[in-house]
Design a protein around this ligand. Sequence first.
Ligand SMILES: N[C@@H](CCC(=O)N[C@@H](CS)C(=O)NCC(=O)O)C(=O)O
Length: 215
Amino acid sequence: MFTIYGYNTFNPIKVLLTAEELGLDYDYVNVELGKGENKAPDYLARHPLGKVPALDHDGRVLVESGAICRYLANISDHRLYSADPLQAARIDAMVDTTVLHVGRWLAVYFWEEIICRTFFKREPNADAIEEAAGFLKNQLPYLDQVLGQGTYLCGEDVTIADTIAYAYFQIQEKTSINLAPYPNIQRWYGEFSERPSVTAVKQRLAQAGGLLQYP
Ligand SMILES: N[C@@H](CCC(=O)N[C@@H](CS)C(=O)NCC(=O)O)C(=O)O
């Protein structure tokens, strides 16, 4: 039995997309960050830092979205990942590029243009957006080049690099991120958006409700 604790934000969405792509049967529990449910004692017992996502698999609890995605893939015959250490390292490298570089800056748009507007009722910090745009201008051409050479981020098969990256790129739907200069990223994003996993995650999040209706 799998239970995913999450919210309508990119880190939990990485796990939800991975679970859907793997065809796993799971329960989803919305942890209402806007009401501080993530800092309640029962939730802190699950995740000491009070963050989402967390996974409960038959009473065994895991935190950190990347670790959870790898775990789910590894216990599913390594689908979306690889049993081969070299290929797994290549997928890890793409995940790290996505999370530590590109995703780190896409997340600035999410924070400034969605979270601050929704919860703090303030306009985005223009300096923060400009800094993020500057880094992305250097980093996105690389992903565009990768996606010009293969259907997905690690070749011709969907991997956790795609589910994780897609969770970040969804941010562009509701922010001023401009993907117009990157036709291959746009092609990948458009095709991935048609996958049943994306529809299923949106339905789960809508059913669960929550203060933040995104995307
Ligand atoms: N490195 C963590 C980051 C988790 C994280 O920061 N989650 C955010 C939502 S996307 C959160 O729980 N924020 C609430 C808080 O930090 O209080 C992961 O990948 O799981």
